[in-house]
Design a protein around this ligand. Structure first.
Ligand code: 13P
Ligand code: SF4
Length: 305
């Protein structure tokens, strides 16, 4: 029996024994997505983490995602199989610098992308993901200034979509999506002129401007499934191709660049998931005083329809 099959079978047994649920982001390795109970984008994964009655959540994603699960479900054991799987963009803002900035912007509403630490969420008013950022910003009274952290590209996109002139974006960015430049997309479009261009709003604004569809990862998957179109150019992390191809046999998906690989999302392996279920480590926990404050930001986000 090959290694993937053997490990998958052992993981299935352990999952039952430990009453665990395995959640995977769509950027994870294909074999991780295949073993997961649920594969989704950041928003769907937060919802699942909040709703599950499993005792253990194995989070196949990056640290801030597991932390959100620990904030939403403090009574559960939350495991991050690779403890060093972080998000460089989330590290571009910390609680001290945010506090200093807030002092310069009295009265501003702080909207934090979920790609932030629990400490930063605790200093924010409301969280958002790429799937609901526009709706979250629209839920804020128009006269209130907004400090949007940490993604300047998502901030730019949201300001454009909502017409908010009083939105100030932090200058963070995703260094995976940042690798994609306009020339890559122009080349892909020349090669596949009939294909629909889909881009994640973490991409640079001049890439987003070229896209026919701008959406979160789940939004892109939904669009590709429902659309009558047959060919798509994909401007986001390459792990998503597994879901596109699995769900849409017969349709064609072309990555705009082969450089869009997030090493943190690829750090989780079946071996590590197996090990995490055996040892129930490494765990992600959040100190209670921070958790309670961070929970408010996440709950406000989840309440936005
Ligand atoms: P979504 O899955 O919410 O679109 O987020 C993309 C991402 O970069 C997560 O780190
Ligand atoms: Fe962070 Fe970008 Fe990797 Fe997502 S793809 S985890 S935003 S570095």
């Amino acid at each position: 029996m090959d290694k993937i099959k053997r490990l998958s079978e052992e993981i299935n047994l352990l999952r039952e024994q430990k009453k665990a649920i395995i959640l995977s982001h769509v950027y994870e390795r294909p074999e991780i997505q295949e073993i997961a109970d649920f594969v989704g984008d950041s928003l769907e994964l937060s919802r699942r983490a909040a709703e599950t009655d499993a005792e253990v959540i194995v989070f196949c994603g990056v640290h801030f995602m597991a932390e959100s699960a620990a904030i939403l479900s403090p009574e559960k054991i939350v495991l991050l199989p690779e403890k060093n799987a972080g998000c460089p963009m989330a590290d571009m803002v910390d609680a001290d610098s945010l506090r200093a900035r807030k002092e310069q912007m009295p009265g501003a509403v702080v909207v934090c992308y979920v790609n932030t630490s629990a400490e930063v969420k605790a200093e924010s008013d409301i969280a958002c993901t790429s799937a609901n950022a526009v709706r979250v910003v629209e839920s804020i009274p128009p006269d209130r200034p907004i400090l949007f952290i940490p993604d300047k590209n998502l901030g730019h996109y949201v300001a454009q979509k909502t017409g908010r002139k009083n939105l100030t974006a932090w200058q963070g960015f995703c260094n995976t999506h940042d690798k994609l430049i306009r020339t890559d997309v122009l080349k892909a479009r020349e090669e596949y002129p009939q294909a629909v261009i889909m881009a994640h709003p973490e991409c640079r604004p001049d890439v987003v401007d070229m896209a026919d569809v701008v959406a979160s990862t789940a939004g892109m998957i939904k669009f590709a499934g429902e659309s009558g179109e047959r060919e798509f150019i994909i401007c986001t992390e390459l792990g998503i191709l597994h879901q596109f191809e699995k769900r849409n046999p017969g349709k064609k998906f072309y990555p705009a660049s082969n450089r869009l690989v997030c090493p943190n999302m690829k750090a989780t392996t079946l071996d590590k998931v197996h090990q995490a279920l055996v040892s129930l480590e490494p765990r992600v926990t959040v100190p209670e005083d921070i958790r309670v404050k961070a929970l408010k930001s996440l709950e406000r986000m989840l309440a936005v329809k």
